[in-house]
Design a protein around this ligand. Structure first.
Ligand SMILES: [Zn+2]
Length: 610
């Protein structure tokens, strides 16, 4: 029985045929089984307390503690995801929400009852533990976990220092919370009148919708200016809040003995500052493909002026629909180059009810892949038959295969991977899918739609994120050099960046200098967005090998890539990528993105002129 979502009315969950829903019984058979698992975890947490004070007695005690933490970890995955995924099926369900919160409370207790572990471990000299590991293979399994804890320890203060920092941490989120309150809770969306006469309340969602779908340039300009004017009107408040973020970061970096805020942000993953610096400088040298794309857009759109509010409107209008049934075999076929085993896993994901496909009332929006240890990855989609939805499926499938291969190959302690590598498989999976779709597109306009999708994702996931990272770095450096931070200073940095990246392809728009004020990541998670760009560069580099006509190079590329997926979190991310043949300290790796973009723009140009 096939099912297709219909526009307009949302179905109740019961109306969706079972094969399109996920089967969570692979995590827990039912709520009784869940309750039993919950109690088991609760008991493990209680029992863990008795290990306090034992670690220094030797390899067996330390191994025992690590294994107990693994057991708690495995149970935590099952207890959390069963409740959490059930909740996402219909978020109106208060009873399930209460169970979900019950798990969060248990996790807080788990955290508290294990808080003695790191300090006690770190009090043992590393040399002693290394000696234990030489004579105890079971303990040696935890080598990387132990070594990276000591690596972090380099910047941990004495007890009094840590206590002071913990007092300070309570105020460290005030800037971000104030930003969020000012931007969402206290924001009254202004209303604009469109050319059609329609009145629109300009929430962020409406603003994006107008920029992406409204083909009337005046409407887009009005939406853009009205939206950014709100930030301009509050520019001094936003600058003061952002200054709060910068000052906090500099306080923490100095308190912990780092030379710069960037160094402090990268130390945990052992990433040298030069990676971010190279990313920015190489990208700035290779902005020509980006500018070339925007010149092409300007020409094809046939507009006299071209500004940021014109960069999101599709060049080719299309309303193609892709049914889930037809897409499934395409996704499977697109990964053929990765080998039979990989392809079989993708098959299993589709046939084993790992995916919750369609929207229903109360279901969580968006899409994700949940790495449920002990079961298998689950994917939540809201598949609406658009091209975006199809690429989202390819993206989440990439995450899921990463999870699956890592969970199978690694012991629990290394099964999880860091964000620094997480977006490599997802974007690579999208790249393979694009290649597949291009080979089967039989009209120039189909090709153009696909190419534009790929190019826009490079523009927004790579170039824009590098520009954001560039902004964050420049702003933090001003604070490190005791320079004042004002709205004028921040807008000055931003308009400088727009000139450096876009050159003369964008016409003057004073309000664009205010963009810094509205980017949530700047306030919530500084020095985070660069990781999207480094993942993208890693993917572009890997795809060069996967697309190689030389068979040996191609199969070596496939092996190295699958090795990266299987490696999970068993090493520092730069090392794992290096083993896969991606050296992010080298300019060539970053240049791979520009090369790829240039090739795609050429293809788009010819698809549009046929
Ligand atoms: Zn992702």
């Amino acid at each position: 029985m096939t099912y297709r979502p219909s526009a307009g009315q949302l179905p109740e969950r019961e109306a969706i045929p079972t094969p399109y829903t996920w089967d969570l019984s692979h995590i827990c058979r039912n709520w009784d089984d869940w309750m039993e698992t919950y109690r088991e975890l609760d008991a493990e947490i209680e029992a863990f307390k008795s290990r306090q004070g034992t670690l220094a007695s030797g390899a067996d005690a330390l191994t025992g503690a690590f294994r107990a933490m693994d057991r708690m970890g495995v149970l935590s995955y099952r207890v959390w995801y069963y409740a959490s995924l059930r909740y996402d099926e219909d978020q109106r369900n208060n009873e399930i929400n209460a169970r979900r919160q019950q798990v969060q409370i248990l996790f807080a207790r788990e955290h508290q009852s294990g808080s003695w572990f790191n300090p006690e471990l770190l009090a043992i000299p590393l040399e002693t533990i290394r000696h234990w590991m030489e004579n105890s293979p079971p303990l040696a399994l935890y080598r990387f976990a132990i070594e990276s804890l000591f690596h972090e320890q380099e910047h941990v203060l004495d007890e009094q220092g840590e206590r002071l920092l913990s007092y300070a941490s309570r105020s460290s989120s005030v800037s971000h919370e104030s930003y969020a309150a000012l931007t969402t809770a206290d924001m009254k969306p202004p209303t604009i009148a469109l050319k059609s006469g329609e009145q629109v309340a300009l929430s962020y969602g409406q603003y994006r919708a107008i920029l992406e779908t409204n083909r009337n340039q005046e409407d887009r300009a009005a939406a853009y200016r009205t939206f950014h004017q709100i930030y301009a009107d509050n520019r001094n408040t936003y600058a003061a809040l952002y200054n709060g973020v910068l000052q906090r970061d500099w306080f923490h970096a100095r308190a912990r003995g780092y030379d710069t805020t960037l160094e402090a942000a990268l130390h945990g993953n052992d990433i040298p500052s030069s990676v971010v610096e190279t990313l920015i400088s190489v990208t700035k040298e290779r902005v020509e493909p980006l500018r070339r794309y925007h010149r092409l857009r300007r020409r094809v759109l046939g507009v006299d002026s071209y500004r940021l509010h014109d960069v999101s409107i599709p060049l080719v209008q299309h309303d193609a629909r892709y049914t889930y049934e037809e897409v499934v075999p395409w996704i499977v076929e697109s990964v053929a180059d990765l080998g039979d085993e990989y392809q079989q896993h993708v098959h299993d994901a589709f046939n084993g009810r790992w995916i919750d496909v369609f929207e229903n009332t109360g279901k969580r929006s968006g899409a994700y892949s949940a790495p449920v240890y002990g079961a298998h990855p689950y994917m939540l989609l809201n598949f609406n038959e658009t091209l975006d939805a199809v690429f989202t499926l390819a993206h989440e499938m990439g995450h899921s295969m990463h999870t699956l291969l890592a969970h199978r190959a690694q012991p629990f302690v290394y099964a999880g991977y860091t964000i620094f590598v997480a977006e490599v498989p997802s974007t690579l999976s999208e790249a393979l899918f694009l290649d597949f779709m291009l080979t089967r597109a039989d009209t120039a306009s189909q090709r153009a739609v696909l190419l534009q999708h790929a190019i826009d994702s490079i523009a927004s996931t790579f170039y824009t994120q590098v520009m954001f990272a560039d902004f964050e770095l420049q702003a933090h450096r001003l604070v490190e050099q005791d320079q004042p931070i004002t709205a004028e200073v921040l807008s000055g940095i931003y308009s400088g960046l727009l000139r450096e990246y876009y050159g003369d392809v964008l016409d003057e728009e004073p309000l664009s200098a205010m963009t810094w004020a509205r980017i949530p990541h700047f306030y919530s998670t500084p020095y985070y967005v660069y990781q999207y760009a480094t993942c993208f560069a890693s993917t572009a580099r890997l795809m060069q090998d996967l697309r190689a006509s030389d068979r040996a190079m191609k199969s070596s590329g496939v092996d190295r890539y699958l090795g990266l997926l299987r490696a999970g979190g068993s090493g520092f991310p730069m090392d794992l990528l290096k083993t896969a043949g991606v050296d992010l300290s080298q300019p060539e790796t970053v240049q791979a993105v520009g090369t790829e973009l240039d090739a795609l723009v050429s293809k788009l140009e010819s698809a549009l002129t046929v």
